[in-house]
Design a protein around this ligand. Structure first.
Ligand code: TXA
Ligand code: MG
Length: 317
């Protein structure tokens, strides 16, 4: 059975104790719920892959309570330091060379010489990280390939009985995962669009981010499978209106009246849209429609991350 813990002092202490003992706890962060384990213990990390049925050992993000803790695990160049100082705590993950004293297990790093580090802004996540006192690995708390979890109910829908506990702090605020930037060679690369928009990052480093996967670049983050975030229904993008039998995921003021329609943001606010994205995909999937048609979303600000997730949800499986 998976225990449901309240996000109070007792729940936080119990979550940290389970993590220190090598167990699995789903934790709220400001982006999505993470399936957490002790990143320094290979067997605990292996439990994450088993619970999620993750097909291969993709590297995981290790979470720390502060920049000082992160700098013990990874080597920060000037760009990484500037980005961390500007956006931590917050929805940014930095991939940097592992430090000589890095304690993150090989399995969490998938054998790479680099490490993905994040200092989340959620107060409950922060309290658990402080109490656990070690880096905590946490991918999104959903079964592999499925829609990311933005509430404790979503976590339990996918993982009940497979993990020790879920710490319930209500719905997450940002709604899409962290932006991932690799700072490895002086030219920071965007590995995954996410909760911090590209323009904000470029403002801090003072140059355009190299797009991962561009000609001449090394492959993108190994975990960025093309088909991902997939509901059971097919997903049809950039739709003008729902067709016969389709569910409708709208954006902006023009919402067709329709029995199976949800609107990500009637006012066209991309932050509101991001926070609703995964929950609304789940709800429309539950209507049993074979296809979810999705309105066009502008490609600015958080729209880049929203469109990235929607394209993966729509990709052939
Ligand atoms: O918002 C988030 O980032 C959430 C919350 C829970 O923090 N976590 C999350 O983790 O989305 P996950 O495991 O679903 O995504 C991690 C991504 C994968 O695409 C993986 O390939 C990439 O980070 N990654 C991890 N370590 C890497 C490394 N050393 N080099 C390149 N990519 C790496
Ligand atoms: Mg994920």
């Amino acid at each position: 059975m998976t225990k449901r813990l309240a996000a109070d002092a007792a729940g936080i202490a119990e979550a940290a104790a389970i993590l220190r003992a090598g167990g699995l706890v789903a934790l709220p962060t400001e982006t999505v719920y993470g399936l957490a384990a002790d990143a320094t213990a290979g067997t605990a990390v292996a439990g994450i892959y088993a619970a999620k049925e993750r097909p291969s050992f993709n590297p995981l993000i290790s979470h720390l309570p502060d920049l000082a803790g992160a700098r013990r695990q990874g080597l920060f160049d000037a760009n990484a330091l500037a980005l961390a100082q500007a956006f931590w705590p917050g929805p940014l993950t930095l991939v940097v060379p592992a430090s000589p004293g890095c304690t993150v297990s090989d399995l969490a790093r998938a054998g790479l010489a680099t490490v993905a580090l994040r200092v989340p802004a959620h107060p409950v996540a922060h309290a658990v990280l402080e109490a656990a006192g070690r880096p905590i690995a946490a991918p999104s708390a959903n079964r592999s390939g499925r829609i990311s979890a933005t509430s404790a109910a979503h976590v339990l829908a996918d993982l009940d009985g497979r993990i020790d506990a879920v710490l319930d702090a209500g719905p997450t605020e940002v709604g899409v995962e962290s932006t991932i930037v690799a700072c490895l060679d002086g030219a920071p690369r965007l590995l995954r669009p996410g909760g911090i928009p590209r323009a904000a990052l470029e403002g801090v480093i003072g140059r355009p981010l190299v797009q991962a996967g561009e000609a001449g670049q090394a492959p993108i983050a190994p975990g960025m499978l093309t088909s991902h975030y997939a509901p059971a229904a097919r997903v049809r993008l950039d739709a003008d209106a729902p067709r016969e039998g389709e569910a409708w995921l709208g954006f902006g003021p023009e919402t067709p009246s329709h029995p199976h329609a949800l609107n990500l943001s009637p006012t066209g606010d991309l932050r509101e849209a991001a926070s609703h994205l995964f929950g609304y995909l789940r709800r429309l999937d539950e209507t049993g429609r074979k296809t979810i048609a999705v309105a066009r979303i502008p490609e600015q600000g958080l729209g880049e991350a929203i469109n990235d997730r929607l394209r993966r949800a729509a990709a052939p499986r």
